[in-house]
Design a protein around this ligand. Structure first.
Ligand code: FAD
Length: 367
């Protein structure tokens, strides 16, 4: 039996971030089922940092981590964990009003987002098909995140502070015994606090703890890596307001996604041919570049609550159980901001706003 101050279930960016910030003040163990951290969603993302994404609430949570990303704490890493990429947003003919709504929606959160001419859009990404463009906007404040260095920095910090990251440690039971949680994961761990950061499996961990009923749905998303077209290394990330395509340079390739959202059970997600084909079709619709070769393809799960807001905070039925789940498509970019917030929430100095508090699902919860 190993006793610690807090048990974190899940070694993705969320669990690692929570473990990192909590271990400043307590001894933590992060339990991860796989043999390495960030094997699931956290290792399969597009690694983008976009303030104007999803909702104003997510925007605030994302911005809360910008200082950390630009200037990580001493010993975490040597330099900024994000670098400028820029974001080009397009509408196709017949969808012009969407650009107006998009600009109206984000102008207060994204001060440098502005409409640009179609000629300017083509200068940035010369392979776009002009006849498919109706309007364009550019935001220089989109960044690429170095997820590997983020994960390694969290891991180093957790270990240096005397806390633990236990991989190949699948949590198979969670019981409240008196004032502690007893968690079996090969070894048995005991702690007065438990943080549920199990990604697509978070609802299952809640059920194991007798705290079922928090509605979380994993949605599969596909990614395809193409050879990098000549000169494309400096392209911004490009997305369409039809919500059916984005693409961006990624290492030596060009990553694209058809922005699919297929409901699925928690699993080791794999891409379906139909989604890969759709992504390529959309890419060939918007650009003049035929796709002759695929370097790789993958899929990952983005897990959402019904209102697509994160499920964060102490469970009202058992406050020693803290949720850090429902991070959808923004769990990486919000990780430093939310990791700090979770630590503050658990340590009692701050509560999450009611907008992100798990208690909004009180009606759906059973003990
Ligand atoms: C294609 C794609 C593109 C994306 N692009 C972006 C992006 O550009 N920017 C962004 O911010 N986000 C993006 N996301 C979303 C982001 O990847 C997720 O929000 C984030 O990774 C969620 O992190 P997590 O730690 O909650 O989940 P995960 O990384 O899935 O971690 C949860 C961990 O819990 C572990 N676990 C589960 N059950 C148990 C158990 N019983 N015992 C022990 N361990 C357990 C799992 O093994 C897993 O490693 C993207 C996602 C996808 C799929």
């Amino acid at each position: 039996m190993k006793r610690v101050d807090a048990i974190v279930v899940g070694g993705g960016v969320c669990g690692l971030g929570a473990g990192y910030f909590l271990s400043e003040s307590m001894k933590v163990v992060v339990l991860e089922r796989e043999s390495q951290p960030a094997y699931h969603s956290s290792g399969r993302s597009a690694a983008l940092y976009i303030i104007g994404y999803e909702s104003p609430e997510v925007s605030v949570l994302t911005a809360a981590g910008q200082q950390f990303y630009n200037n990580p704490p001493e010993g975490f890493d040597d330099g900024p964990l994000i670098k400028p990429r820029g974001g080009l947003t397009l509408t196709e003919p017949g969808m012009e009003p969407r650009m107006t709504s998009f600009l109206d929606r984000w102008h207060t959160h994204c001060p440098r987002l502005s409409r640009i001419t179609l000629e300017e859009a083509l200068e940035r990404v010369p392979l776009l098909r002009p006849e498919q463009l109706a309007a364009a906007a550019f935001d220089p404040d989109w960044y690429s995140i170095d997820v590997h260095r983020l994960v390694m920095g969290y891991r180093r910090g957790i270990l240096r502070r005397g806390s633990l990251l236990q991989c190949s440690a699948e949590v198979t039971s969670v019981e409240r015994q008196g004032t502690v949680w007893r968690v079996a994961a090969g070894d048995v761990f005991e702690a007065p606090l438990l943080i549920n950061a199990a990604g697509a499996w978070a609802a299952q961990i809640g059920q194991m703890a007798g705290l079922g009923g928090v509605p979380l749905q994993p949605l599969r998303r596909t990614a395809v890596l193409l050879p990098l077209p000549e000169g494309a290394g400096s392209w911004p990330s490009v997305n369409t307001l039809a919500d059916d395509l984005y693409f961006k340079p990624e290492g030596n390739g060009l990553m694209l996604s058809p922005e699919d959202e297929t409901p699925t059970e928690p699993c080791d997600a794999a891409p379906e041919e139909i989604d890969v084909a759709r992504g390529i079709d959309h890419f060939e619709r918007v650009t003049t570049k035929p796709v002759n070769k695929i370097l790789s393809k993958w899929a990952g799960l983005r897990t959402f609550s019904p209102d697509r807001r994160p499920v964060i905070g102490r469970d009202p039925r058992e406050p020693s159980f803290c949720w850090y789940a429902g991070l959808g498509g923004f769990g990486v970019q919000t990780s430093p901001g939310l990791g700090r917030l979770i630590a503050d929430c658990v340590l009692g100095s701050k509560q999450p706003s009611s907008a992100i508090d798990v208690s909004r699902y009180a009606g759906a919860m059973q003990g």
